[in-house]
Design a protein around this ligand. Structure first.
Ligand SMILES: [Zn+2]
Length: 386
């Protein structure tokens, strides 16, 4: 595989000037897109086969290359693509052990060439993992947590900032990956709800010279929704909600420190656990307004009100003409009173989620912000989930 790949890559590099690339349909697959490229280095002699089907000889003539990975992903990509949207192809692969093979890098270059030929205007991004054993979950999990998932988070934030109506559609195609890589990637990206997960082939054999051993996982987790640093949040509505919540937290902390409050004895009589919320609304002129809310638990059978709904009612009281689509986000923070506290991240309770889903029905771009730590330096920004 390595030798064939390098031979093919060298031929393609050397013949780049005079080669004529042509896209054509693979007749065996019923797909609307051309899924293979022909290079005129040689005549067509055989039906297009896969990369692995080419035999290494001293004089390899590249007649056709087929890319099953692109075939799966780009076909679904083209079906789901909406006009005017940005299209990005992310190419990545498993960690590898030294001595490094550059075959996968060469394959990625071929994929890029093929993909941009098939879909002009396509942006191609390559993410190269650090060293690691491709058959081990831990190496792949580290790569997913530290590089891959944050890359998708940045796309979401940029998408939100650029076009409120845009959405992120993900098409995931694995090819010749190890079971560790496929398992980790599929799980790490499942919160994005990929429209396609294609697994044409899985590589099961260990590397030559590397003894096969069962892997014991210790404190290695694949976080499907890791938080991002507050400083990386570029959406102005989200940033305003976070900033306002920090001010709100400071004011609350100051009130708790005073001797005159009735938080524990009256306002939070049931749990003594404070929850703070901030709702940010975007007005017709584009300006943003933030509204605070806190939970109240007066000792009566129906005496409780959650912070999220309290903040929303504050927003409506300030602007009775407010529409659900004006509400951009709600930030929720678990505070502390004495030794009583809610741990962060604190998700909205079931009743609040039902409420928030009602808003999301009219406004699919309404988001919930929770905090990964009590200092509110790391945030989760997610859609409302039922
Ligand atoms: Zn609630």
């Amino acid at each position: 595989m390595l030798r064939r790949t390098q031979q093919i890559a060298e031929i393609l590099e050397n013949c780049d000037q005079q080669a004529t690339w042509r896209a054509f349909d693979v007749q065996t697959a019923s797909v609307p897109l051309p899924t293979a490229l022909a290079c005129s280095v040689g005549d067509f002699r055989e039906p297009p086969g896969s990369l692995e089907a080419l035999e290494p000889t001293d004089a390899v003539a590249v007649t056709a290359l087929r890319f099953p990975l692109l075939q799966a992903a780009l076909t679904a990509f083209a079906r789901g693509a909406t006009s005017g949207g940005a299209h990005t192809l992310l190419l990545t692969w498993s960690p590898s052990l030294p001595p490094h093979s550059d075959s996968v890098v060469k394959v990625a270059a071929m994929l890029e060439r093929a993909a941009t030929h098939l879909m002009p205007g396509l942006q191609v991004v390559c993410l190269e993992p650090p060293d690691g054993d491709p058959f081990r979950v831990a190496a792949m999990a580290t790569y997913a947590n530290e590089t891959l998932v944050p890359w998708f988070d940045r796309q979401i934030v940029e998408l939100r900032a650029s076009d409120a109506k845009a959405r992120l559609d993900v098409y995931l195609s694995h090819n010749t990956g190890t079971s560790a890589a496929i398992w980790v990637l599929t799980n790490a990206l499942r919160h994005l709800k990929p429209a396609l997960v294609a697994i044409p082939k899985c590589r099961a054999r260990p590397l030559p010279g590397v003894p096969f051993a069962a892997e014991v996982l210790e404190e290695t987790w694949v976080d499907a929704a890791p938080p991002c640093a507050v400083a990386t949040v570029s959406d102005q509505a989200f940033a305003k909600a976070i900033e306002e919540l920090r001010h709100w937290r400071a004011a609350y902390t100051e009130a708790i420190a005073s001797p005159h409050h009735e938080l524990g004895s009256f306002w939070l009589a049931k749990s003594s656990k404070p929850v703070l919320a901030v709702v940010v609304c975007q007005l017709a002129d584009g300006s943003l307004q933030a509204f605070r809310g806190c939970n109240m638990e007066v000792s009566l059978p129906t005496g409780s009100l959650c912070a999220e709904r309290n903040a929303i009612s504050s927003a409506l009281a300030a602007n009775p003409a407010m529409r659900r689509e004006d509400v951009r986000c709600v930030a929720v923070y678990g505070g502390q009173l004495g030794d009583k506290r809610f741990d962060n991240p604190l998700e909205p309770c079931g009743v609040c989620r039902e409420w928030l889903l009602k808003i999301a029905e009219a406004n699919p771009h309404f988001w919930v912000i929770t905090f990964a730590d009590d200092a509110a330096t790391q945030v989760h920004v997610r859609p409302v989930e039922g």
